[in-house]
Design a protein around this ligand. Structure first.
Ligand code: NAD
Ligand code: DAU
Length: 348
C-alpha cells in the first residue's frame, strides 16, 4: 500500500481526481488534505468517503509545522498538489491570500517532500497542477506550448507562475522528482458557481442577469473536468520526471458565443421559449487585466502519453447542465451564506 497525498480534493477538480484515484487504485491509500475554504465542500466527495483506502484530513497547507508532521506521519510516496485559491476576480480583491496559499503553501509542500525523500528519491513523485494562465494572453493567432514564456497578468496567475518556478527550481537544485501540468479552463459537475459556466447556469435557473465582462469577445479553451482527471492520472503514472505537459480541450469559445449556446440549451432543458434566457445577457464593466485569449497546444501529452479529450463540448456541456439541474440542493447549499456577500460585492 502506497500513501499518496492529494491536496485540494474537496474542490472542483480535486474531487474528481480523488474519486478517480480512490476507485482505480486499491493499492494506494489516498489522503485528501483540504482546508475547506469557501471553495471546498465535502459533499463533492461524499460517495467515496467511506472507502477503506481513503482518509480526509482537514488542514491548511500554509501551516508549515502541520505539513511537516503530516509528511512524517504518513510517509507519502507521491503528492498531487491541487489546493489553491483559484478565482481570478477574488485575486484582484485580495492578492495576498493567493500568495499565502499558492506560493507559501506550495513551498511548504515542496520542503516537506524534499526533507522526507532526501535519502531516497526513487519512485517518489511531486505533481504540481497548474494553469495555462501563467503564459499570459494570446492575440488572435497562436497556441501556448510548453516553451511559451511565462507572462502572468493577474495576481492569481502571478501566484501560480511563482509556484511553478519554485517546483522547477526544486527539481534543478535538489533533484526533486516533479512533474507539472498547465491546463486550460475546466467545466463540469461540482464547479463552484463563481466561475463563468456554473455562475451562468445558476443565474439562468433563477432568472438573474448574466454579467458578461467587457464586450464578451474574450476566448477560453474549455475542457471537461473528467478528461482533466484522466490526464492527471496519466501524467502522474507515466509522465517523465522534470517535464511539463500542457493540457487543453482543443475547444476555443468566445465568451459571448458560449453564453448564447448555454442560453439555448438551458431554454430547451427548462421548457422556456427560444431566446428567453439570452434576454438575461447583460454587458458589465470589464475585469481589470483581462486576458484576451487562452488556447493550448496539447500535442506533447497527446504524442508522448496518448491523451486526448474523450468528451465533446456539446456532450460535456449537456452532462454539466443536467448535473446542475438535478443537484439543486448542492447549488443552493453552496450559494447560501458567504456567497451572497461575494456576489453583491462583485456584481453590485
Ligand atoms: P477550487 O477553488 O475549486 O478548489 C480548491 C480547493 O483547495 C478547495 O477545496 C479549497 O478548500 C482548497 N484550499 C484552498 N486553500 C487551501 C489551503 N490553504 N490549504 C488546503 N486546502 C486549500 O479549485 P479548482 O478549480 O478545483 O482548481 C484546482 C487546481 O487546478 C488549482 O491549483 C488551480 O490553479 C488548477 N487549475 C484550475 C483550472 C480550472 O479551470 N478550474 C484550470 C487549470 C488549473
Ligand atoms: O485557464 C485556466 C483558468 O481558468 C484556471 O486557472 C482558473 O482557476 C479558472 O478560474 C479559470 O480562469 P478564468 O478567469 O478564465 O475563468 P472564469 O470562469 O472566471 O472566466 C471565464 C471567462 O468568462 C473570462 O474571460 C472572464 C469571463 N467572465 C467571468 C465571470 C465570472 C464573465 O464575462 N463574467 C463573469 O461573471
Amino acid at each position: 500500500m502506497k500513501n499518496i497525498l492529494i491536496t485540494g480534493g474537496a474542490g472542483f477538480i480535486g474531487s474528481h481526481v480523488v474519486r478517480r484515484f480512490v476507485q482505480n487504485y486499491p493499492n494506494y491509500h489516498i489522503y485528501n488534505l483540504d482546508a475547506l475554504t469557501y471553495a471546498g465542500n465535502l459533499e463533492n466527495i461524499k460517495d467515496i468517503e467511506n472507502e477503506s483506502n481513503y482518509t480526509f484530513v482537514k488542514g491548511d497547507i500554509v501551516d508549515e509545522s502541520f505539513i511537516n508532521e503530516l509528511f512524517a506521519k504518513y510517509n507519502f510516496e507521491g503528492v498531487l498538489h491541487l489546493a489553491a485559491e483559484s478565482h481570478v476576480d477574488r485575486s484582484i480583491e485580495d492578492p495576498l491570500s493567493f500568495v499565502k496559499t499558492n506560493v507559501i503553501g506550495t513551498m511548504n509542500l515542496l520542503n516537506a517532500a524534499r526533507k522526507l525523500w532526501k535519502d531516497n528519491m526513487e519512485g517518489k513523485r511531486f505533481y504540481h497542477i497548474s494553469t495555462d494562465e501563467v503564459y499570459g494572453s494570446l492575440g488572435a493567432e497562436g497556441l501556448f506550448t510548453e516553451t511559451t514564456s511565462y507572462d502572468p497578468n493577474s495576481p492569481y496567475s502571478a501566484s501560480k507562475a511563482s509556484s511553478d518556478h519554485f517546483v522547477r527550481a526544486y527539481g534543478e537544485t535538489y533533484g526533486l522528482p516533479y512533474v507539472l501540468t498547465n491546463c486550460s479552463n475546466n467545466y463540469g459537475p461540482f464547479h463552484f458557481p463563481e466561475k463563468l459556466i456554473p455562475l451562468f447556469i445558476n443565474n439562468i435557473i433563477n432568472n438573474k442577469p448574466l454579467p458578461v465582462y467587457g464586450d464578451g469577445n474574450y476566448t477560453r479553451d474549455w475542457l471537461f473536468v473528467k478528461d482533466h482527471a484522466i490526464a492527471i492520472d496519466l501524467v502522474f503514472h507515466e509522465g517523465k520526471n522534470h517535464e511539463t505537459y500542457n493540457i487543453g480541450g482543443f475547444n476555443e469559445w468566445k465568451n459571448i458565443d458560449l453564453v448564447k449556446l448555454l442560453c439555448k440549451v438551458m431554454d430547451e432543458k427548462l421548457g422556456r421559449s427560444e431566446g428567453e434566457s439570452s434576454k438575461l445577457i447583460t454587458y458589465v464593466k470589464d475585469r481589470p487585466g483581462h486576458d484576451l485569449r487562452y488556447a493550448i497546444d496539447a500535442s506533447k501529452i497527446n504524442t508522448e502519453l496518448g491523451w486526448k479529450p474523450t468528451v465533446t463540448f456539446e456532450e460535456g456541456l449537456e452532462q454539466t447542465i443536467d448535473w446542475y439541474l438535478s443537484n439543486t440542493d448542492w447549488l443552493n447549499n453552496v450559494t447560501s451564506g458567504e456567497y451572497a456577500n461575494y456576489y453583491k460585492k462583485q456584481y453590485n
